[in-house]
Design a protein around this ligand. Structure first.
Ligand code: SAM
Ligand code: CA
Length: 223
């Protein structure tokens, strides 16, 4: 028995995948196609997608926001977990990546649930705020350029309702956040970001060591 989070050996990770991942065929097909892509490592892990889907169902979320779509795996997971009337606003800058995503969303029959917005996500989120979408979202997933994480987080805090959840990916950054010999800009941004969230009284926090580290920030109701 261990009372600290385990380091996963390859064998234990394979066991976890074999005994927990329930992945619809369409997601498996997208994951296999994405695995051939030169930027394949950007896609979230299947067990993480399944965990996010479980959170969405647990919350009864109907409205979701995604920053960073790539080939659409996490968006498809989220869209499939939303009820038929659910909606996902999905933000990315790269139409080549999202063309792959749209092909699979179409096949999965969820295109009507997903509003893809191409353009710098800070601008898209500002536009949503300007349109009056504050407190409109139940769930937000942040998984794009790390330098903008602090901005995306502040924008998501406005857009998510009190009691809503913001999930932020890659917060352990392959362990580099805890390695003092690593001093590049993105690592330092993530360190400052993690430190700030740990002291942020606006949220209830849990940093979950799944995949590359997933922070869950539940927006507290206004005092
Ligand atoms: N969530 C995706 C998945 O599970 O497959 C992976 C997202 S990938 C790590 C990051 C994405 O952010 C890329 O598709 C990239 O084009 C997008 N991106 C980078 N900078 C951006 C920006 N300024 N605004 C919007 N999207 C951006
Ligand atoms: Ca990621």
């Amino acid at each position: 028995m261990s009372n600290r989070t385990l380091t996963l050996t390859d064998g234990l990770y394979d066991y976890l995948l074999a005994h927990s991942v329930q992945e619809p065929e369409i997601l498996r097909a997208l994951r296999q196609e994405t695995a051939q892509h030169p930027m394949a490592q950007m896609q979230i892990a299947p067990e993480q997608g399944q965990f996010m889907a479980l959170l969405i169902q647990l919350m009864g979320a109907k409205t979701a926001l995604e920053v960073g779509v790539f080939t659409g795996y996490s968006a498809l997971r989220v869209a499939l977990a939303l009820p038929p009337e659910g909606r996902l606003v999905a933000c990315d800058v790269n139409p080549d990546y999202t063309a792959i995503a749209q092909r699979y969303w179409e096949q999965a029959g969820v295109t009507h649930k997903i509003d893809l917005r191409l353009g710098p996500a800070t601008e898209t989120l500002d536009q949503l705020i300007a349109e009056g979408a504050q407190n409109r979202f139940d769930f937000a997933f942040i998984d794009a350029d790390k330098s903008n994480y602090p901005t995306y987080y502040e924008q998501a805090l406005q857009l998510v309702r009190p009691g809503g959840l913001i999930a932020i990916d890659n917060v352990l950054w392959s362990g580099r956040v805890a390695d003092p010999t690593v001093t590049d800009n993105r690592t330092q941004t993530l360190r400052r970001f993690n430190t700030a969230l740990a002291a942020d009284s606006r949220i209830v926090l849990s940093l979950v060591p799944i995949a590359d580290g997933l922070t869950l920030a539940l927006k507290r109701p206004e005092p």
